[in-house]
Design a protein around this ligand. Structure first.
Ligand code: ADP
Ligand code: MG
Length: 729
């Protein structure tokens, strides 16, 4: 069995970096050539239709059938010029992957010959069979049919020979079966209310976009080693493997020079990404060996999410070409850092102002303060919901570990802003303020320097950190669809901004001046959300204690965390704002629970199989050679020498035998627990039982396997070891 491991290693040693041939052109010359963006639409579509689409994007107006026909014709003409033969509606079901079903452009023309056609009907709507996508019960009660509908705000693009049209995916009854539908709803709500808040300060604002920049972490391992590790192939992570003697202790990989083979892969990814209009900007080695990161320039959130989903897909394909496998799993290896997907988020206006960037004058700073404080308050009131939006089976191995943000949600602002909030909280008076008091506060606000950007401390342990001109939600998992956290964050902030408007109006109605009313409301929010603000070490045991004292939740159980989706608070944030219906919300919980249980079930099965079929036989074989060795000693030595020499070997035999027995027993017990869990109908109960009864075996069994890995002859060990997976490339 060990042959597979050694031949895989030999294969890796023979690899050379793939030559990537790039065009002579500068990036800006081929950037977006495979995207049907506005410029191309203007060229390929009649002016009237172009204007209608522009209006639809900006104002959400519907598009008529004749207009859709014109756009479709232009799209097809462009796509065929670029070699496309097929098209697909491209959507994000609740699976963390994207879905596509390709149809060619061909149809029978009137006289029976084959022609290419692409009508507005087909562009606007399709009816894929929805029955095999998770729906959390929405589908079962009605029809299997689902509808995909064109998302005009995200441009169509070509991958290979297929024109891809970003779409939402809804059930026969119009309920969301995807991430995009609620994401678009949450963005529309945030836009609407944020514009109103902006108008307290600046009447010229007509649109607010949430912006998102996604830092994507990932591991690369060689294809040959990947195939020699059935756990990675089937469960996306290693379920066993003793820590390598050296891994990330010396921090010598982080920001180090990028290995040639990996560089070649990255260049190839970037080339493909640029053609698709994905503005990749940054690439570097990450903390763990064989771990890397890339980040684009931020974009409007819906587009940024589409681009991230597309990018992951593209990276998977390019990795194969380079004989790598890419691991987006949040914790593919125990003992070294896991991978996240930091969501850098802010809001920006159509007047070009970043609402989380300090302004150039007191008024601008007041607006900045208002948005900052409202976001902090929204996080405070929705801490559990935010965690629910990012926690899942994969990410549970990361959240609460040493490197990742803790499972406790808190906000880091840095000492400068922290002091400023304190100042507002102490200086603003609840009674009518004197002109002098007001001036003093405004002067204070005027001092928020533009250099704040360089002044913000870095705190790597915070799950939700202010980084100068944006917040960075770091608890998001590397394999996740960012829509999930963005839906909650946008809705939470939208709900909060509505409260803010109401609170300010109430004070103004009571006779307060607008500025004073704003300050007084902000003061109240600053005090009310004090507990969520934390500048210290988020990994420390003291914080854990302190957080509990503050009434923050430190829940690490996945199903229990997911319960936040059906809390009263979730109804206020997600249902009352119109992001999800109650049924959609329930269905999301069900889908998440099911995913959790199924992933654990798969991991448990894979581990059981490998333990019994790979590890136990290997242990037995090595034990047999030891036994033969002991027998040989008895043959050639006299009793005294034999007793002296055989002692240690016998101990080793006993120890191996004990580990083997334990593995067999634990696997048998685990299977029994699985059987009991599998007959539970209720998804919450089932998930809880899987977590409390089945999941612990993964660790327990692994412990004995990893001990065996340390003792068994290296020549016999069947699976590539951590030192090989992490250091060979
Ligand atoms: P770091 O590792 O220091 O956090 P990176 O350069 O890796 O920084 O990533 C920062 C990300 O934040 C980039 O994607 C960047 O475009 C994004 N970003 C910057 N400003 C904003 C903003 N106003 N809104 C959203 N994202 C932003
Ligand atoms: Mg960052």
């Amino acid at each position: 069995m060990a042959e597979l491991r050694f031949s895989a290693l030999k294969e890796v040693f023979s690899r050379t970096p793939l030559e990537v041939s790039l065009p002579e052109d500068h990036i800006s010359q081929y950037f977006g050539i495979n995207v049907f963006d506005r410029t191309k639409m203007e060229r390929y579509v009649a002016h009237e239709a172009f204007k209608a689409v522009k209006k639809a994007v900006e104002e959400g107006t519907p598009i008529s059938r004749p207009i859709a026909d014109q756009v479709a014709a232009g799209m097809r003409a462009w796509a065929m010029e670029r070699g496309a033969t097929h098209f697909t509606h491209w959507f994000h079901p609740l699976t963390d992957a994207t879905a596509e079903k390709h149809d060619s452009f061909i149809e029978r023309g009137s006289n029976g010959v084959v022609i290419e056609r692409f009508s507005g009907n087909v562009l606007v709507q399709q009816e894929p069979d929805a029955s095999s996508f998770p729906s959390g019960g929405i589908r079962n009660t009605f029809e299997a049919r689902g509808y995909t509908a064109w998302d005009v705000s995200s441009p169509a693009f070509i991958v290979g020979t297929t024109l891809c049209i970003p779409t939402v995916f809804v059930s026969y009854t119009g309920e969301a079966l995807d991430y995009k539908t609620p994401l678009l709803r949450s963005l529309a709500q945030l836009d609407k209310v944020a514009v109103e808040v902006c108008r307290l300060f600046d009447k010229d604002v007509n649109k607010v976009n949430a912006t998102l920049g996604v830092e994507q972490e990932y591991f690369l391992i060689d294809e040959a080693l990947y195939y020699a590790r059935p756990d990675i192939v089937l469960a996306d992570r290693t379920l066993m493997g003793h820590a390598s003697s050296k891994d990330q202790q010396l921090s010598d990989h982080y920001f180090g020079s990028i290995p040639d083979r990996v560089m070649s892969f990255m260049i190839d990814v970037e080339f493909e990404a640029y053609k698709l209009g994905i503005p990749l900007k940054t690439r570097h080695n990450e903390v763990a060996p064989n771990q890397f990161e890339c980040a684009p320039i931020f974009e409007e959130t819906n587009l940024a999410v589409d681009h991230n989903q597309l990018l992951m897909d593209l990276m998977r394909r390019v990795a194969r070409k380079h004989k790598f496998r890419i691991l987006f799993h949040e914790k593919p290896f125990a003992d070294v850092n896991g991978s996240g997907k930091h969501n850098n988020w802010s809001m920006s206006t159509d007047t070009g102002v970043n609402l989380l960037s300090p302004g150039k004058n007191p008024k601008g700073n007041m607006q900045f303060l208002a948005f900052l404080v409202n976001v902090v308050k929204a996080v405070n009131d929705n801490q559990e919901l935010l965690r629910a939006s990012v926690i899942n089976e994969n990410n549970s191995y990361r959240l609460g570990g040493h490197e990742a943000p803790p499972a406790i949600i808190s906000v880091f602002l840095g000492s400068y802003l922290e002091n400023m909030l304190e100042e507002v909280a102490t200086k603003v008076k609840d009674k009518k303020m004197t002109p002098q008091e007001k001036t003093e506060i405004k002067l204070g606000l005027g001092r928020i320097p533009e250099i704040l950007l360089d002044n913000t401390d870095r705190n790597r342990t915070s799950p939700f950190a202010f980084t100068g001109n944006r917040f960075e939600f770091r608890a998001v998992g590397s394999s996740a669809n960012c829509s999930s956290p963005m839906i909650v964050l946008n809705s939470a902030v939208a709900r909060q901004l509505n409260l803010f408007l109401n609170d300010v109006s109430a004070l103004v109605a009571g006779g307060r001046k607008k500025d004073e009313a704003i300050l007084q409301v902000l003061k109240k929010y600053i005090i009310d959300s004090e507990r969520i603000r934390f500048n210290g070490d988020g990994y420390s045991a003291e914080w854990h204690k302190e957080a509990l004292k503050r009434g923050l939740s430190a829940e690490t159980s996945v199903p229990k965390s997911l319960r936040a989706y059906v809390s009263e608070n979730a109804k206020k944030t997600l249902v009352e704002t119109g992001t999800l219906t109650e049924r959609e919300l329930d269905s999301r919980l069900e889908v998440e629970l099911e995913k959790f249980t199924k992933k654990l079930q798969i991991e448990s099965r894979v581990l059981g199989d490998l333990a019994i079929n790979h590890i136990v036989p290997t242990g037995v074989r090595y034990m047999t050679t030891l036994i033969d060795n002991v027998k040989g000693l008895r043959d050639i030595f006299d009793e005294n020498d034999y007793m002296r020499l055989a002692g240690a070997r016998k101990e080793l035999i006993v120890s191996i035998s004990d580990h083997i027995s334990m593995i067999k027993k634990l696997v048998a017990d685990m299977i029994e627990e699985r059987k009991k869990a599998n007959i539970i109908e209720d998804p919450m109960k089932k998930a809880l039982v899987y977590e409390s009864k089945v999941k612990p075996y993964l660790e327990d069994i692994r412990y004995h396997i990893d001990k065996l890995e340390l003792t068994v002859d290296n020549e016999m060990w069947p699976l590539p070891k951590y030192r090989e997976l992490l250091f060979t490339r």
